[in-house]
Design a protein around this ligand. Structure first.
Ligand code: R5P
Length: 293
């Protein structure tokens, strides 16, 4: 197998190559003056199985998606035998249903576009809703980076901390963290108005007084969810509040607002390279690619 280092995830792809021993294919990329993307594989993939590592996080997620499709096409034309797209953050995964009349299902459109470009299978990380993958026109799986995030906190001395998810649907995430942290787990409740996007968070029967609490979530976008959760935890008397999230998009001033709300540290992964991407997905992705090779 060879690892194609997508421009959006070059460091991560090189990490995967180093851990697996699979050779790296670098990619030249540029944006033309009119805004169109260009990519060129700088090594041979003739007869190879390839893993193209390319995240599709903001900013410019549409361009990153197109770069991915163009790399897939280039690999196919270059004679690759099998193409696995490794997309740590899959853009549009949250539009996985028709929430309102007149909408489409964006994530399915993205999957069909990737199929048309030539991918054979897809690996992603903590996709917002796993059932969305069942509608993809190729085998697709999602890995969980939550144990790696929890391990980060164990290494920092927070073994036994309370693992909290910001809503009931994400309790399984808190429970994955709990297995590593060894403390208790629980959830808040969150209701979202589909028209305004406004959310209301509440805590029912949560006992976190004097405890160290780590909020785990798949995505931080505007930060509103974590800010709201942190406020509730402070009101409930939590002693320390931390946050572990897989995809730290941190749009606008989200990072500042979360820290101002009393969260002592935000820890994310390199699915979204940036100020909080302190945990690398390289071991997780390497393990998955080795298992399929
Ligand atoms: C939603 O259900 C997700 O799991 C996240 O909680 C959400 O996307 C975070 O968005 P924001 O940071 O804008 O509150």
């Amino acid at each position: 197998m060879k690892v194609i280092c997508g421009p959006a995830s070059k460091a991560l792809a090189e990490g995967v190559s180093a851990l697996t021993g699979f050779g790296c294919v670098l990619v030249a990329s540029k944006v033309f003056p009119d805004g169109e993307s260009y990519v060129r594989l700088e090594g041979s993939v003739q007869g190879e199985e390839v893993a193209i590592v390319q995240t599709t996080c903001p900013p410019l997620q549409d361009g990153k998606l197109l770069q991915l499709a163009f790399m897939v096409d280039a690999a196919k034309r270059g004679g690759a035998q099998k193409i696995t797209a490794v997309v740590p953050y899959l853009a549009y995964a949250r539009q996985d249903k028709m929430f309102l009349a007149g909408e489409g299902i964006s994530v399915e459109t993205v999957a069909r576009m990737l199929k048309a470009s030539g991918i054979d299978e897809l690996v992603t990380v903590n996709i917002h809703s796993e059932p969305a993958l069942e509608k993809f026109p190729f085998p697709a799986k999602t890995l969980s980076a939550i144990p790696l995030l929890a391990e980060y906190f164990v290494q920092k001395g927070y073994k036994g901390a309370f693992a909290l998810s910001p809503d009931k649907g994400a309790l399984y995430i808190a429970q994955q963290a709990q297995k590593v942290l060894g403390g208790n787990a629980g959830h808040l409740d969150k209701q979202r108005d589909r028209n305004t996007g406004q959310t209301v968070q509440t805590a029912q029967g949560l006992k976190v007084k004097d405890q160290t609490v780590i909020i785990f979530d798949d995505i931080i976008s505007t930060g509103g969810t974590i800010v709201g959760a942190a406020k509730i935890l402070r009101e409930q008397g939590a002693k320390h509040v931390f946050c572990g999230c897989v995809h730290g998009l941190l749009i606008g001033d989200a990072e500042k607002r979360i820290l101002d709300a009393g969260v002592e540290e935000i820890v994310g992964t390199d699915s979204v390279p940036g100020s909080v991407s302190k945990v690398s997905l390289a071991p997780l992705l390497s393990h998955a690619l080795k298992a399929q090779n």
